[in-house]
Ligand binder design. Sequence first.
Ligand SMILES: [Zn+2]
Length: 208
Amino acid sequence: MNDCDETNGFLEPSLVETTLEEHTLPGISEGEIIVIRSTRRKKNISAYRQGGRIVVSIPARMSKADERAMVPEMVAKIRAQEAAATMSEENLSRRVGELLSELAPEITARPMSVNWRAMRERWGSCTGIDRSIRISDRLKGAPEYVLDYVLFHEAIHLQFFDHGPEFKALLARFPEEEIAEAYLSGYEAAENALAAPEALKKLLNKGA
Ligand SMILES: [Zn+2]
């Protein structure tokens, strides 16, 4: 039997569909929620974070009506768990200040805001004009030194907009630069391997 459960990491196209209509949940970006109908699953529903997405696995036979009721509930549950384990935006801001004072005291600028943002292509971004920093919510479960490293990177951009020699010299002061880079590369490699890009691309373009 050609049965494919999500546990093996593959998103088999025939079992995968985006079922959430765009207006079902506020604050959800396109492609953020993936619903997998699993023929192996009899009644349990599970949800987990994979990269920037929330994957909800439901039994193949579940009705559309039940799905519409259950999926938002599961998404809310994941969000609540993450919120409980996640650094608040206020603390992110404070942390940027600490990192700059400690590692780059010559930079006196401080961000106006530091926000979590659903970003799948980048780890962080900094806008000089309004001194705002955004951090990818893929880092919500990352080790402290990795989050610190990305925060520090974006904080240096408050002063240096490109990745020139001055930028690099400052960034090199971060004590765990190499291991943080290794974590981020490993994360991206795993995400690419698990995401089955062709299947996913097809899926995300379906409604377009
Ligand atoms: Zn940068």
